[in-house]
Design a protein around this ligand. Sequence first.
Ligand code: UGA
Length: 436
Amino acid sequence: MKITVIGAGYVGLVTAACFADLGNEVMCVEKVSSKLEKLCRGISPIYEPGLDEMLQKNIKEGRIHFTDKIEEGVNFSDVIFICVGTPQSESGKADLSQVEEAARQIATYMDRYKLIIEKSTVPVNTHKWVKKTVKRYAKNDIEFDVASNPEFLREGSAIYDFMNPDRIVVGVESEKAKQIFQQLYKPFTDKGYPLLITTPQAAELIKHASNSFLAMKISYINMVADLCEKVGADINEVADGMGYDKRIGRAFLNAGLGYGGSCFPKDVKAFVKIAEDNGIDFSLLKEVEKINQRRREKVIELIEDILWINKDKNIAIWGLAFKPDTDDIREAPSIDIVKSLSQTGANLRLYDPKAMDNYKQLFPESDNLKYVDDKYDAVKDADILVIITEWKEFKEADLSRVKSLMRLPIIVDGRNIYDPKSVRDLGFEYYSIGRP
Ligand code: UGA
């Protein structure tokens, strides 16, 4: 099939590359010229494992094209995915101006039937506004459908998630739109992946409700972790025991520094706001947010409890990205932690395998904040090592070497990546989350 994707951000680019890889012909519209120039050379502006290779293969085989001309994109196909950004505004509400702009532009240039699909995460009933906008700005009375097809891709494993979905959700209002989706997702349904056909409003809600539920699971387990610390239980044992119950499941029960990223913090806030706009006080989710914020404060307090005085202490930080396998630092727990520690007069040495370039824009190097290219350099003469992101290379680190390099052998492990007994046997003073 021919497919147009508007917006080569995280969602758009992965969607475009994966659909092309499945044999479709894809036109991706990106208006930022610096991004477009890279994309045409098969270089992704974001780090996502496997994405560059997939782009290069499909560019070479002529299945994916990039343009900055929306008109070209609209003419190219009858199936148009809107994958533009929906950033958070001051009030917590999603800023939908880019979605509105895309709808207007599609309306301006369409000259035959179009299936216009929201893939960006949007508040419930946005499809109604998209429909209204297209109708208003269309030059003629051309038939079109608006549908919702939310994405459930995790950064760092987005290609895997796209190709192996737990479910595909499409919210449609017409038989024609339904049939187009059935054809588009046939390679998936043939393999047995479920395709759920719903109303557009249900599809829109499924996305926000799913992300908020996962965020709630994380805050829940973090509260249980706090209780574990008080009573001498191990949160991993508790989470395992809960997770065997199929109704609960073990996923997203990893206690630690809580959630960050471009999705959960924004989506939980937006969902609270959507509920509020509809006269519902979603106080449960407000508490989820509060608990999540508190995770960061707790670890800052813990470091101060351990060091007594932070001033002039050397603090090594491992991990800046909001989670492993990404260079994304949006809403990363590290931001609050680094900010707070840097104000205490401590000397910080930061290391992350992928996120340091992005981080330097937020925290430029200074006398007491340095970036190093190697995790072992970060711990040289350190009084404490703080682990914020659970990168694989930290899990596999040579801890004897770490110990020999540090001034004091103290680790605060914000993601529970080590076995407490083995680390302590090596002579470390070791603190983790929710474990005795
Ligand atoms: C999330 C969802 O998992 C995707 O399904 C969704 O499509 C995406 O948002 C989106 O809306 O676009 P993502 O933000 O990439 O994906 O990352 P997750 O793997 O979900 O992790 C989110 C945060 O929760 C990370 O900061 C992670 O460290 C934290 N987390 C996750 C925990 O603290 N504990 C856990 O057990 C799991």
